[in-house]
Design a protein around this ligand. Structure first.
Ligand code: MLC
Ligand code: AMP
Length: 496
């Protein structure tokens, strides 16, 4: 019987049941098994109810069948999937769970900790593992396009991370747009080592692959040696990563004897596609990667709120240092500080975007949601020019947003955490350019004699993910300020 593709949530679960969906070490899981497993989880989540009615269900799993099963099941049950970072500090998890108003957190046994018990007790959240959900057969799902489906936390220029809400429609638009633009098919095989609390890993890799009937190899983390070995074995034909990972791979290849290096570069060479994104890919990295693997990296530009917006072509010239053209269905203009349209392609302007892939709201932040748009155009905060039809990102409008290893970090969030330390009275955080990470976090502090950078870094661990903890410190008697008393952060750049 012909199925209505649009009506299905993950069509291949029903359309190609015998194909391999997930590979986790020695274990291979078919689409039928993913379907059966997610149905079981859906029944357990619903526990006899017809729908979760928008309940925010948080889960904390590394890349695994449990993660995939929960992601599919929560949405199919009418809930809002809230995948959390397995690297998050307890205070960050507290913020996300509290903001989302979650009542249950489903997590891997190995991620249980006393600190998390305290967080969940404080918020009256029920902690359980996927296996503890009851076995109850669910009624058929009724999915609505405008249903809120996914909440991902993202840092902004003010305060703590906000919950970005995507509907089923915006999620589906992101997936189908990339499948068309980048030629996904059921023959694809991709490794997944990116974190699964951000759209790069969730949508671009996991959802696009599974929506296409492709096979996804799951890794708990990125490890150049393990990945390199499987690439050399010809396991993959598509590869997606942040620039830092290409830098790490190049560094790893440089350590290998010619024969081993040749096997890995040949593995990349025979792939159909290597994509870079989430941060600017330096031209030197593009060129070195092409030299080594003969792969011209396809660089694209995206954002948690928008999914992918700009992309170099799958077929056609991929221009180093550029992010290509708007993806189908994406309309882009550039505006000046006063919000006026800029038409001269050489004049830098902020990217403003309208797209069916755009998010629905910042969870329970109507003020922030309204501020993010100007007359229906989402203001990205990224400044770009257009060179001969190709967009080139020049940087961000705000110095308070840092990109490190593809993670977007808020300087203000890090400053607020550091100010809680008794030895620090004033602090200013900036991102400092770095060849490997894009930027690293640097902090200038006014501190008393007790200040010890190592001790403060250690103290941060309960409050901040490790990648937010400053790598560079400067102690000063006074921060540079303007006549209004505001710290002049650009002046700090020369300090590091
Ligand atoms: C890890 N470390 C970082 C870091 N990640 N430091 C700064 N910035 C980061 N991003 C720390 C580790 O904790 C460790 O600290 C040290 O650096 C070396 O660790 P490593 O083992 O070399 O790094 P690793 O843990 O492997 O992580 C590197 C990475 C990871 C690149 C794999 O950062 C990563 O997965 N980044 C991808 C983020 C992402 O998916 N962003 C997409 C957002 S969505 P120590 O002290 O122990 O030495 C988006 C939209 C779009 O942006 O367009 O896609
Ligand atoms: P996030 O909020 O984590 O989704 O990060 C989105 C931000 O990442 C964008 O606003 C850009 O600043 C940055 N970004 C993503 N892709 C690129 C790229 N190819 N080049 C430059 N910046 C990028």
């Amino acid at each position: 019987m012909a199925t209505n593709h649009q009506a299905l949530w993950f069509p291949p679960l029903e359309e190609c049941p015998e194909r391999t969906a997930l590979i986790d070490g020695e274990t291979e899981v078919s689409y039928r098994e993913v379907c059966t497993y997610s149905e079981r989880l859906r029944g357990g989540l619903l526990n006899g109810e017809a729908s979760l009615d928008g309940e925010r269900v948080a889960f904390l799993y590394p890349a695994s069948i449990e993660y995939v099963g929960l992601f599919i099941a929560v949405i199919a049950a009418g809930g809002l999937a809230v995948p959390l970072s397995v690297h998050a500090a307890p205070a960050e998890l507290h913020h996300c769970l509290d903001t989302a108003g979650c009542r249950r957190l489903i997590l891997a046994d190995e991620l249980r900790s006393d600190a998390l018990d305290v967080v969940c007790a404080d918020l009256s959240i029920n902690l359980l593992s996927a296996n503890e959900l009851p076995h109850i057969a669910p009624a058929p799902p009724t999915l609505a396009d405008d249903q809120r489906a996914l909440m991902v936390f993202t840092s902004g220029t003010t305060g703590k991370p906000k919950g970005v809400v995507h509907t089923l429609a915006s999620l589906r638009a992101q997936i189908t747009s990339l499948i068309g633009a980048w030629g996904w098919s059921a023959d694809d095989r991709i490794p997944l080592f990116l974190p699964l609390h951000h759209v790069h890993g969730i949508v671009n890799v996991l959802c696009c692959a599974l929506w296409s009937g492709a096979a996804v190899s799951l890794f708990r983390r990125f490890d150049a040696q393990t990945i390199g070995h499987q690439v050399a074995d010809g396991q993959f034909n598509v590869f997606m990563a942040v620039p830092t990972i290409y830098v790490k791979l190049i560094a790893y290849l440089d350590t290998l004897p010619a024969e081993d290096r040749g096997a890995i570069t040949q593995g990349f060479r025979s792939m159909r596609l290597n994509v870079s994104g989430s941060a600017a890919c330096p031209v030197s990295v593009f060129e070195r990667w092409q030299e080594l693997t003969h792969q011209p990296l396809l660089e694209r530009y995206g954002m948690t709120e928008l999914g992918m917006a700009l992309s170099n072509p799958y077929r056609g010239e991929r221009r180093p240092g550029h992010v290509g053209q708007p993806l189908p269905g994406v309309v882009i203009k550039r505006v000046d500080e006063a919000g006026n349209d800029i038409t001269d392609s050489d004049v830098p302007g902020e990217l403003a975007v309208k797209s069916s892939t755009s998010f629905y709201e910042y969870w329970e932040r109507p003020d922030a949601t309204e501020e993010a748009f100007d007359d229906g155009w989402f203001l990205t905060g990224d400044i770009a020019v257009i060179d001969d039809g190709y967009y080139r990102i020049l940087g961000r409008a705000s110095i308070d947003i840092i990109k490190s290893g593809g993670y977007k970090l808020s300087a203000l969030e890090i400053e607020a955490a550091l100010l809680e330390h008794p030895s620090i009275s004033e602090v200013a955080v900036i991102g400092v350019p770095d060849n490997e990470w894009g930027e690293v976090v640097a902090a200038a502090v006014v501190a008393n004699r007790d200040f010890d950078a190592d001790a403060v870094s250690q103290w941060c661990v309960d409050k901040l993910s490790i990648y937010k903890v400053p790598r560079l410190w400067q102690i000063t008697d006074a921060l540079p300020r303007n006549a209004m008393g505001k710290v002049t952060k650009p002046d700090l750049r020369s300090w590091f």
